[in-house]
Design a protein around this ligand. Structure first.
Ligand SMILES: *Cc1c(COP(=O)(O)O)cnc(C)c1O
Length: 357
C-alpha cells in the first residue's frame, strides 16, 4: 500500500533527493567510494558544498551581504548562537509557542529577553498582533511557523530599522523571503531540506562582530563564514541531500512556484476540515493557519471517535498524522515535498469516515 507521510520532522523528502542520496551512498561522484567515506576536503565534496551554497542563494534570492552556512547542532543550537553573536543587552521576542520559548530561555543567559506579546493563555491558537517592540532592543526575534500549534506568520515582520532574527525551521523554502530587515535566519534541515544533522544559517556578514563579549570559536558565526562552513568536518551526507532538494526545488520553478502549490495543498485540507462535520481546526484565527502543519481535532460530539479515525486513516496508508501531545488530535504536516495526491488521499479518508458514521 502506498504510504502518505505526514510526519512533522524528520519528515517527507522528495523521491529525487532520496534516490540521488542513496546512489551517492553507494558510489559517490564516480569515485567508487561511498559519500560517507571520502574526505570532506576532496574535490568531489568541495564541489557539492559550493554548489549547495550557491543554489540556495539563487533559489531564495539571498542578497550579496549574506552568507549561507551549513552548521551542526540543530536549530536548537541557534537558540544560543543567535544571542551569543547578536545580543548586547536586550532583545525582543514574540511568544508563539514551544520553539520561541526555547529561544527565550537561552537568550536570558545573555541579557534581557523582553516578551512583546504572547498567545500562551489560549494555548497558542493564534498569532499575537499589534504589539510594540522596544526601540532599544538589539533585535526582534520570532518563529515564522509554529510546527507544534499549526500557526504561521505569512509575511516578514519588520519594525523600522530594527534587525530581525527568525527561526524558519519548518517553513523555509515554502515561500519567498524579503531579506531587507533580517540579520539572521536559521532552519534545521529535517523539515524542508534534508535529513537531520545540518542547519542552514543565513547570516548578514556586516552585522557580525558587534557584541563586546568573547565568543567560543565554534559558536562564532565568523568562524564558519571565513571557512565556508569547512572549519571542521561538516555534516556531509545531509549537505549532499540538501543539494539534491535544492536542485529539485529549482526544477519546480523556485519558491514562487512552490508557494503556489503549498497554498493549494493547504486550502484543499482546510476546506475539508471546515466543511466536514466531524472535524474542526485548532487555530482560531484563520489568517494564522499554517500552510505547512495543519492541526485539527474531532468536532464537538465526535470526540470519542478520535481513535477510530486514527485507525481508519492508518489502514489507508496515512502515517505520522497524530497531533503533538500539547495540542492533541491530529497534525498533518504537508511540507514542500508532500504531493497534492497525498493531501487528497487524506481528504478522501476524512470524507469516507464521515459518510460511514
Ligand atoms: C523542529 C524545530 C526546531 C528544532 O530543531 P532541531 O534541529 O531538532 O534542534 C526548532 N524550531 C522549529 C520551528 C522547529 O520546527
Amino acid at each position: 500500500m502506498k504510504k502518505h507521510n505526514f510526519s512533522a520532522g524528520p519528515s517527507i523528502l522528495s523521491e529525487y533527493a532520496i534516490k540521488n542520496t542513496a546512489d551517492a551512498v553507494l558510489n559517490f561522484a564516480g569515485t567508487g567510494l561511498s559519500l560517507m567515506e571520502v574526505s570532506h576536503r576532496g574535490k568531489e565534496f568541495m564541489a557539492v558544498n559550493t554548489e549547495a551554497n550557491k543554489l540556495i542563494k539563487d533559489i531564495l534570492q539571498i542578497p550579496e551581504d549574506f552568507e549561507v552556512l551549513f552548521l551542526g547542532g540543530g536549530a536548537s543550537m541557534q537558540f544560543c548562537m543567535a544571542p551569543y553573536n547578536f545580543m548586547e543587552k536586550k532583545a525582543a521576542f514574540l511568544d508563539t509557542g514551544t520553539w520561541a520559548n526555547k529561544a527565550i530561555k537561552e537568550a536570558k543567559l545573555f541579557g534581557e529577553a523582553v516578551v512583546v506579546a504572547s498567545s500562551k493563555a489560549d494555548n497558542y491558537t493564534y498569532i499575537p498582533k499589534d504589539f510594540e517592540v522596544p526601540a532599544d532592543a538589539d533585535y526582534f526575534y520570532y518563529c515564522t511557523n509554529n510546527t507544534i500549534y499549526g500557526t504561521e506568520i505569512h509575511k516578514d515582520l519588520s519594525f523600522g530599522d530594527m534587525p530581525v532574527i527568525a527561526d524558519m525551521s519548518s517553513d523555509i523554502f515554502s515561500r519567498p523571503i524579503d531579506f531587507t530587515h533580517y540579520d539572521l535566519i536559521f532552519a534545521g534541515a529535517q523539515k524542508n531540506l534534508a535529513p537531520a544533522g545540518v542547519t542552514v544559517v543565513i547570516v548578514r556578514k556586516s552585522a557580525l562582530g558587534r557584541v563586546s563579549r568573547a565568543i567560543p570559536t565554534m559558536l562564532d558565526y565568523r568562524t564558519h563564514v571565513d571557512k565556508d562552513s569547512m572549519f571542521n568536518t561538516p555534516p556531509v551526507l545531509p549537505i549532499y541531500t540538501a543539494l539534491q532538494t535544492a536542485k529539485w526545488y529549482q526544477s519546480l520553478g523556485g519558491v514562487e512556484a512552490i508557494y503556489k502549490l503549498n497554498k493549494e495543498k493547504a486550502a484543499l485540507l482546510y476546506d475539508e476540515i471546515d466543511n466536514n462535520r466531524m472535524f474542526k481546526g485548532t487555530v482560531t484565527c484563520k489568517e494564522d493557519r499554517s500552510i505547512m502543519n495543519v492541526c485539527f481535532v474531532m468536532a464537538e460530539g465526535y470526540e470519542a471517535l478520535e481513535a477510530d479515525f486514527a485507525q481508519f486513516a492508518t489502514e489507508r496508508g496515512m502515517v505520522g498524522f497524530k497531533g503533538h501531545r500539547s495540542v492533541g488530535g491530529f497534525r498533518a504536516s504537508i511540507y514542500n515535498a508532500m504531493p497534492i495526491e497525498s493531501v487528497q488521499a487524506l481528504v478522501d479518508t476524512m470524507k469516507e469516515f464521515a459518510a460511514k458514521k
